[in-house]
Each structure stands twice: as C-alpha cells, then as structure tokens.
Ligand binder design. Structure first.
Ligand code: NAI
Length: 219
C-alpha cells in the first residue's frame, strides 16, 4: 500500500469497503483470480470509475491491462478494515438481540470471536448460546480484564447503557458496538459504533416514498 495512511478517508468510501470485501470473497470462492474494474463494476452495480477512485484512496492496487488480483485486493481491504486479525468480543444483554448476535457464527469468520455473554437476569445463568455460557453482569469487569476483551456489543436497555459503557471503559475495553438507543459519553480513545436498524428502515421508507413520487411525476 502506498503513502496514503495519513490522509483522511471519507466515511462514504469506508462504508463501501465492506461491500468490496464481500464481493471479492464471493469471487474467490467461485475461483476467480483476477478481475477488471469494469467486470467488478458490472457485478457490484457501482461505476468502474467509482471503484477506481475508491481504491486510489489507498494507493490503487490495480495494474494497467491486468485489473485486480482478487485475493490480494481482498487481503489489502481486510488490512484497511482491520479484519486481518481477530478481536475478542463480549455481548452485554442476553435478550432477543443479544442472543441473535451471539447465535450468528459468521461474525467469527470475520475475526470477531464471542468470548462471553452477560446479563443481570439470574434466570439466564448457565444458558448456553452457540456453546457460550451466559454469565452474570457482576463478573463482567474481571472477565474483560482477564480475557483481553477488545469489543463489547451493548444489547441492553438504554437506561443502563451509559453506566455499563463507562464501567467497560474502566476495565480497558477498546471499542463498543452500541445497539442501545442512547449516546455514550466515553473517552475519545474508545471507538464507538452506534447501530440503529430503525434508521436503515427509515432510509428504506424514504426510498419507497421517493419511488412513489417519481411514479406520480411520470403519469
Ligand atoms: P430484551 O429485553 O429481549 O433484552 C435485554 C436484556 O438485557 C435482558 O435479558 C435484560 O435482562 C438485560 N439487561 C438489562 N440491563 C442489563 C445490564 N445492566 N447488564 C446486563 N444485562 C442487562 O431486549 P432486546 O429486544 O434484546 O433489545 C435490547 C436493546 O437493544 C433494547 O434497548 C432495544 O431498544 C435495543 N435494540 C436496538 C436495535 C438497534 O437497531 N439499535 C434493534 C433492536 C433492539
């Protein structure tokens, strides 16, 4: 990769990288070793110039007349996304959402290894989800300290999320994948990714409303 590490990459570009990573993975699985930006563009329904521009942010990776080496490009994107290593993760809140996330084995393929699941409900003690035992929340701080936990997924009600997040920060967590509908007030070295499925649904609704408006205009 060339000189570009110190340059700020726009969040729009970053948000497209996981999709490139996924498509390149599918191409590898189907035995494709190299691909031109035009072919990649046709498959991904992104313009070839967009692909070239996006990847140029990181130094290119393509070769004139050859296109992209699929395995190499996927590896480089993995490095940029930081998924060329594994992360230890805990899930806080073993309710509907926490159990669904814990039950989804594919996160592990991307290097996110669920090491523990925590809840305050004593009835859940010892419940196993994909071979991982639900533990009680009071054990969490020591668990994070003793097991090199990098990431905590917060799938708890918003009322307790701020307090739990700051306890996790004290315990040395590096990042929080926050599903609770509240902003967390954490030191800036802790990376927070807020996830709101409802926002995605509102985007969908906007696009549906737009489609309707366009249809009316065409009439
Ligand atoms: P749920 O009620 O099924 O599960 C919540 C679990 O958290 C319960 O098992 C409860 O005992 C546990 N809990 C409560 N306080 C805790 C604490 N201090 N420490 C450890 N565990 C604790 O709820 P569900 O459906 O799983 O949703 C969880 C949260 O995620 C809710 O706040 C909900 O609003 C939010 N949510 C967010 C979504 C998003 O897209 N961001 C989508 C769906 C839910």
């Amino acid at each position: 990769m060339k000189e570009t590490q110190d340059k700020r990459i726009s969040s729009a570009v970053i948000s497209r990288l996981p999709r490139y990573y996924r498509y390149l993975g599918e191409l590898r699985e189907s035995g494709v070793e190299r691909i031109s930006s035009n072919e990649l563009s046709a498959r991904m329904k992104v313009t070839a110039s967009q692909i070239r521009q996006d990847l140029n942010n990181f130094g290119g990776f393509g070769q004139q007349g050859y296109g992209y080496n699929v395995a190499y490009l996927q590896q480089e994107i993995a490095k940029i996304l930081g998924i060329d290593k594994t992360y230890n993760m805990i899930i806080v809140g073993a309710g509907n959402l926490g159990q669904a996330i814990a039950g989804y084995a594919d996160f592990e393929k991307r290097g996110f290894v669920v090491k523990g699941i925590f809840d305050i409900n004593p009835e859940l003690t010892g419940t196993m989800i994909r071979g991982i035992q639900v533990r009680m929340a009071y054990e969490m701080k020591d668990f994070v300290r003793n097991n090199n936990i990098d990431i905590a997924a917060l799938t708890i009600p918003k009322e307790s999320a701020v307090e739990i997040a700051s306890m996790l920060a004290d315990a040395g967590i590096k990042a929080i994948w926050n599903f609770a509908h509240t902003d967390l007030n954490l030191p800036k070295e802790i990376v927070v990714e807020n996830v709101h499925l409802s926002e995605s649904l509102m985007k969908l609704s906007y696009n549906m409303a737009n489609r309707l408006r366009e249809e009316r205009e065409e009439e």
